[in-house]
Ligand binder design. Structure first.
Ligand SMILES: [Ca+2]
Ligand SMILES: [Ca+2]
Ligand SMILES: [Ca+2]
Length: 160
């Protein structure tokens, strides 16, 4: 067994310290270039992750997304960019399907009957998403009866 001289031991320690510093610099460079290393749970597999459920990993784990933009991870129809409308709430009572923080309604116009010609739309107040209302579709002129009678149908308001 050989014993290192103090000079050789000092040189070896300096080389080890330089090696550790180089390794740490490499890790920092990889994180800066390759990132992100945070992954977000994508329980409904719509490609958008839950901001409240994240893990750290070098590679993307199964069931996780790179982004944290899913506002409701229990429904794959709820995601940023959704443009469809739905008659039922997304699962938590909300109709915010496109994750912009608001429930939009598909139909907002009011209906009217103008000299027997129907301008299609809701009769009365515009119902909330998921609620039904009376939708004016036609005005029937009936001889001797004024104002014209109104045909109405029930229609479900859809929201997103
Ligand atoms: Ca999701
Ligand atoms: Ca979703
Ligand atoms: Ca919305």
């Amino acid at each position: 067994m050989s014993v290192l001289s103090p000079q050789k031991r000092h040189l070896l320690q300096s080389q080890m310290a330089a090696l550790i510093l180089a390794f740490l610099a490499l890790v920092v460079a990889i994180v800066a270039v390759v990132g992100p290393f945070w992954w977000y749970k994508d329980g409904d597999a719509d490609g958008f992750g839950d901001p409240d459920q994240r893990i750290w990993a070098l590679w993307q784990p199964d069931g996780y997304a790179e982004n944290n933009r899913d506002c409701y991870d229990g429904n794959k129809d709820v995601r940023p960019g959704q443009t469809s409308f739905f008659a039922e709430d997304r699962g938590d009572g909300s109709f915010d399907y496109d994750c912009n923080g608001e429930s939009e309604r598909e139909l907002t116009q009011s209906g009217s009957c103008d000299n027997g010609t129907a301008n299609q739309g809701w009769e009365g107040a515009v119902p909330a998403p998921g609620q039904t209302g009376s939708w004016l579709v036609d005005c029937d002129r009936i001889v001797h009866v004024l104002p014209p009678s109104i045909k109405i149908v029930r229609k479900i308001q859809k929201g997103r």
